[in-house]
Design a protein around this ligand. Structure first.
Ligand SMILES: Nc1nc2c(ncn2[C@@H]2O[C@H](COP(=O)(O)OP(=O)(O)OP(=O)(O)O)[C@@H](O)[C@H]2O)c(=O)[nH]1
Length: 213
């Protein structure tokens, strides 16, 4: 019997990535107000860098779902995993574009340049016989963007894909032609780093294949 995993994310890409690796999670999205969480933290701590933001939001989502699971007698016990992805470019932390105009502006800056896609991962061991551990980590992947003409940027944004993803690009989608290369974990760009998750679970003595259905 596989150890149950609860994915605290509405991301179809994270779900597909886990499924492709043989893990069938229970999806339970959080309703975290991400800008409010960041603003509150920066009021206390000052400006956060991209990795801090990704980890903070992954933690907030995971904890929100853990609270909901605790209040729901019908919810399965298991390992709760939350994630958040952001693109660091020129010292800025970029999530999903606000609108098409923002996506065009982003690509005008990304074209021919390099950014780093950080995905924060947070795990709460909510198993009945588990460790109760709650901890996080960030995986970072360097992304080299191709040189795009203004016409290519407009055409890509017009597809709508950039509007739904952090960094305004999907490496496994229509944006694949616009990524010249990466250094680091590919799935981390898509939204969840499988090797990092494997290492995190090893910290609580969970062996990866114990998750496989
Ligand atoms: N398919 C794909 N999705 C990407 C890529 N880069 C970022 N994303 C998605 O962009 C979204 C980043 O926004 P997040 O706030 O981390 O996650 P979300 O989709 O809002 O879902 P929650 O975890 O419920 O907040 C995630 O769904 C990522 O999977 C990519 O290269 N390919």
């Amino acid at each position: 019997m596989a150890i149950p995993l609860i994915l605290a994310s509405a991301s179809p890409a994270r779900l597909a990535t886990l499924r492709s690796a043989g893990v069938e999670p229970t999806v339970r999205a959080s309703d975290v107000d991400e800008p409010a969480v960041v603003q509150r933290a920066e009021t206390d701590l000052g400006r956060l860098d991209a990795e801090d933001v990704a980890l903070l939001l992954a933690k907030a989502k995971c904890e929100s779902v853990a609270t909901a699971v605790a209040e729901d007698d019908s919810a399965p016990e298991g390992l709760i995993v939350g994630c958040d992805s952001v693109l660091a470019l020129d010292g800025e932390t970029l999530g999903k574009p606000a609108d098409a105009s923002d996506a065009v502006d982003r690509w005008r800056r990304m074209s021919g340049r390099t950014g780093v896609l950080h995905t924060g991962h947070w795990v709460i061991d909510d198993r009945e016989d588990g460790t109760g551990a709650t901890f996080g980590a960030v995986a970072s992947t360097t992304v080299h963007f191709a040189d795009l003409s203004a016409e290519e940027i407009d055409a890509y944004v017009a597809t709508g894909e950039p509007l739904h993803v952090a960094g305004a690009f999907a490496i496994d989608g229509l944006g694949g032609a616009y990524v010249r290369g990466i250094e680091g974990d590919y799935h981390n760009v898509v939204g969840i780093s499988l090797p990092l998750l494997r290492e995190m679970l090893a910290e609580i003595d969970v062996v990866w294949h114990e998750l496989l259905t």
